[in-house]
Design a protein around this ligand. Structure first.
Ligand code: NI
Length: 258
């Protein structure tokens, strides 16, 4: 059984104050301060009596006692990067799994959209995920089906003149950070590549009519993932494209990995 726990915190002077709002984050950003989120996962057997893998308060305690002071120290140092920060956090937590569990992985969000992940079993590799947006029209329609079959299969998504979505794309890279710079790939280079090779080709387009990538290809969210993958794969060396996830609405995403 896997268990995920998220701890939200700001990096500021209020370490040691009472916990007043762990939802909004503790220490509270009582002034304008960096705000981070650490997602940790553990696995283990749920206790037959209590039904829990571990007490989530034990994870919170570890993060509050170890990680928050560590990040508060490191974040103001020159040359600290997201990659070096998650490496330091994971190296510090790894010898201290909550009782009865093993750590699986950790993911540090430095913004709501940009995060750095590290897995216990692949300790030199870092994942970097960033989100992007584009708006586009599409019509779900297959030339190989009759009009009636298209209507019954895709319903209102088969509307002849199309309809629109605000798509969110999350791109995840993986690899070993450069030992000198401490980064896997500079974030601006990462973003420029995604923007140039994917977002600009799709944004404010009618996918069926404006985008040759969808010629003869139904622009379902699954096929959008496939197209974005093909647009981006092999463009991030020495980092490797690990995963593409596309939300068509906040309720629907598709993804492919590896
Ligand atoms: Ni649609």
């Amino acid at each position: 059984m896997r268990l995920m726990r998220e701890v939200r915190f700001s990096v500021g002077p209020s370490v040691g104050s009472p916990i007043t709002n762990s939802w909004g984050g503790w220490p509270t950003a009582s002034n304008v301060q960096p705000y981070l989120v650490l997602r940790s996962r553990v696995d283990g057997e749920p206790d037959p009596v209590t039904g829990v893998v571990c007490n989530i308060a034990a994870i919170d305690r570890l993060v509050r006692e170890r990680t928050i002071p560590l990040v508060s120290r490191l974040v103001h140092q020159p040359r600290v990067t997201g990659e070096t920060l998650i490496q330091a956090v994971a190296a510090d937590l790894r010898p201290h799994p909550p009782a009865g569990t093993q750590w699986i992985d950790w993911r540090l969000f430095v913004t709501p959209y940009l995060s750095y992940g590290l897995t216990r079993g692949a300790f030199t590799m870092i994942d970097v995920s960033q989100q992007f947006e584009f708006s586009a029209s599409h019509r779900l329609h297959c030339d190989g089906l009759s009009d009636e079959e298209n209507r019954s299969t895709f319903g209102k998504c088969n509307n002849p003149n199309g309809h629109g979505h605000n798509y969110v794309v999350e791109v995840t890279l993986t690899g070993e950070p450069d030992p000198l710079s401490g980064v896997l790939l500079p974030v601006d280079q990462f973003e420029h590549t995604v923007r140039k090779h994917a977002i600009e080709k799709l944004d404010h387009k009618h996918l069926n009519h404006d985008c040759p990538e969808f010629a003869g290809l139904n622009p379902s969210v699954e096929n959008i993932v496939r197209v974005v993958w093909r647009m981006l794969v092999d463009r991030f060396a020495p980092a490797v494209l690990k995963r593409v996830r596309v939300w068509e609405t906040p309720k629907t995403f598709a993804e492919c990995e590896g």
